[in-house]
Design a protein around this ligand. Structure first.
Ligand code: 13P
Length: 257
């Protein structure tokens, strides 16, 4: 049985006080319900804003079973890149994972296949887990090109990696039309073909193949049942701790079969 990844990005939400409350609650839940470990078969991860990285690391502790991530990092280790944060800096602040190429960054901040490739390499160089996000627009989907498009995005970002490096990468398929307030939940049927395409290429070769985009408490179990899906990457539903804990329970039930 593959590990099931259950993670959330807080995107640009939460004050430090709110982040502290959420992380303290998660830690308390894992201590009281799971002896401080992750639920069996599950890899939890959380991706706060940069400003909350050290705070959340401090609350989780150094040996936490919860992976801590950042939502972006630059490909250079240091230098004159105003407003950017490097992978070594993210690592120094307590991060173990770097989210790369989310569609919001591709759309609003000029992320390209080339920059995602450089960032994946930077994360791997410093021993952090790259979480590569891929996904097609509604226009590409309507033209019938979803699978080819996402395979191209992934291949471009992962070009040149050794089998060992690839085995440390997590891929999240997040169709743009399914993300956020403007998106609509994908049906299970719509996801079968893209995951068959991704699975044929990457199952067994990467650390995880996740789905993201309007994941909620009603569709999470069915999404986990899709062939080749071994995790969920969640925004809004997990911003309240109770939502995230419920997703952990759904994943635990899935693992228990
Ligand atoms: P929502 O779950 O809010 O649609 O966001 C998904 C996402 O973009 C996770 O990275």
């Amino acid at each position: 049985m593959n590990t099931i990844w259950i993670g959330t990005s807080w995107k640009m939400t939460k004050t430090l006080a709110e982040g502290r409350e959420w992380a303290t609650g998660l830690r308390g839940h894992l201590e009281s319900a799971h002896d401080g470990r992750a639920p069996a078969g599950i890899q939890p991860f959380i991706i706060p804003s940069f400003t909350a990285t050290t705070t959340v690391r401090g609350i989780l502790g150094e040996d936490s079973p919860v992976l801590l991530g950042v939502q972006n990092a630059h490909w250079e280790d240091a230098g004159a890149w105003t407003g950017e944060v490097s992978v070594p800096q993210a690592k120094d602040a307590g991060a173990q994972l770097v989210e790369i190429g989310h569609s919001e960054r591709r759309e609003h901040f000029g992320e390209t296949v080339e920059t995602t490739r450089l960032k994946v390499a930077a994360a791997l160089r410093h021993g952090l887990t790259p979480l590569l996000c891929i996904g097609e627009s509604a226009e590409v989907k309507e033209a019938g090109g979803s699978s080819a498009f996402i395979l191209d995005q992934a291949a471009g970002a992962l070009e040149g990696l050794s089998a060992d490096e690839l085995s440390r990468v997590v891929i999240a398929y997040e169709p743009i039309w399914a993300i956020g307030e403007k998106g609509r939940p994908a049906t299970i049927e719509e996801l079968i073909e893209p995951f068959a395409a991704l699975g044929a290429e990457y199952t067994g070769r990467v650390a995880g193949l996740l789905y993201g985009g309007s994941v909620n408490l009603d569709n999470a179990a069915d999404l986990l049942g899709i062939e080749h899906v071994n995790g969920l990457f969640v925004g809004r539903t997990a911003w309240k701790l109770e939502g995230y804990l419920e997703l952990l329970r759904i994943a635990a039930a899935h693992v228990a079969g």
